[in-house]
Design a protein around this ligand. Structure first.
Ligand code: AMP
Length: 289
């Protein structure tokens, strides 16, 4: 396994990525906040494969940056887990060539930073409602990472379903000319969606958090049996979450592209869940059969 090259200065990163692209190299990018787990691993491996398309070895690159602008006041920015050494090993095992990990957030957001990317429609509601400013921070940092890297393709997880919709809208509306590839949710053996935030959970909260994937599956099964009324499906999922003493943030059934709530579930409608277990807020989602 080869440890990837670590670049801590965004300007140096930009110079080398642009030079590679100008030399005809294909670039695949995975933006992350680090503390990498199996969900990230699947994106990193896919990036390796996407970079090498066309029979010539490309560059599979990743960024590790805990982006302060996507955390609200009182959120977990200060305690967000970090492990750069472990992350570099994980990137190396997945075949990543270069990693951008800015040594100081001020290199990405200096004091005079004043430009923000706001995606309207799909940022509203869901996580956008409970985390004001979150998607503005996400869209802005991703736009910056795209400009620094100029990848041909960038990979994002469906675990953050609304985030993926926000990025797709931004790339389309601002003509970034980058292919966005969504990747399926990777779960623990028992069903809990992998998340860096799972490390916050006590054993007791971890056990209760399983109710997210269980509520999802139970609702998918109810839909498969013929229940199509969105209000009934949402109530079903909510009751299961509340039975596990979760503080529900939202339970929504939406259209997969517009993210607007639907009244009747159809194949492909997405059930989105967010709930607190103790102080930890977790999300999950899945399509209806
Ligand atoms: P994060 O480090 O949480 O910002 O996540 C970086 C990328 O990994 C995002 O595109 C996430 O959607 C994706 N990701 C996180 N968890 C998972 C998971 N369990 N399955 C698939 N992708 C994931």
């Amino acid at each position: 396994m080869k440890i990837p090259e670590l670049v801590t200065d965004p300007a140096a990163w930009q110079a080398r990525c642009h030079a590679a692209r100008e030399a005809g190299t294909r670039l695949a990018l995975v933006p992350t906040m680090g503390y990498l787990h199996d969900g990230h691993r699947s994106l990193l491996r896919a990036a390796r494969a996407r970079a090498d398309e066309g029979g010539r070895r490309g560059l599979a690159v990743a960024s590790i940056f805990v982006n302060p602008t996507q955390f609200g006041p009182g959120e977990d920015l200060a305690r967000y887990p970090r492990d750069l050494e472990g992350d570099l090993r994980t990137c190396g095992e997945a075949g990543i060539d270069w990693v951008l990990a800015p040594s100081d957030p001020a290199l990405m957001f200096p004091a005079d930073h004043q430009t923000w990317v706001t995606v309207e429609g799909v940022s509203q509601g869901l996580c956008g409602a409970s985390r004001p400013g979150h998607f503005r921070g996400v869209a802005t940092v991703v736009a910056k990472l795209f400009n620094l890297t100029r990848p041909h393709v960038a990979l994002f997880g469906e675990k953050d379903f609304q985030q993926l919709a926000v990025i797709r809208a931004m790339v389309r509306d601002l003509a970034f000319g980058i292919e966005i590839q969504g990747m399926p949710i990777v779960r623990e053996a028992d069903g809990l969606a992998r998340s860096s935030r799972n490390t916050y959970l006590s054993a007791e909260e971890r056990a209760r958090a399983l109710t997210l994937s269980r509520a999802l599956r139970a609702t998918q099964e109810a839909a498969a049996r013929g229940e199509r009324d969105a209000a009934s499906l949402r109530a079903h999922a909510r009751a299961l979450l509340e039975a596990a003493a979760a503080k529900v943030d939202y339970v929504e059934l939406v259209h997969p592209e517009t993210l607007r709530p639907v009244e009747r579930a159809v194949t492909g409608s997405v059930l989105l869940l967010a709930a607190y277990f103790g102080r930890t807020r977790l999300i999950d989602n899945g399509r209806l059969p």
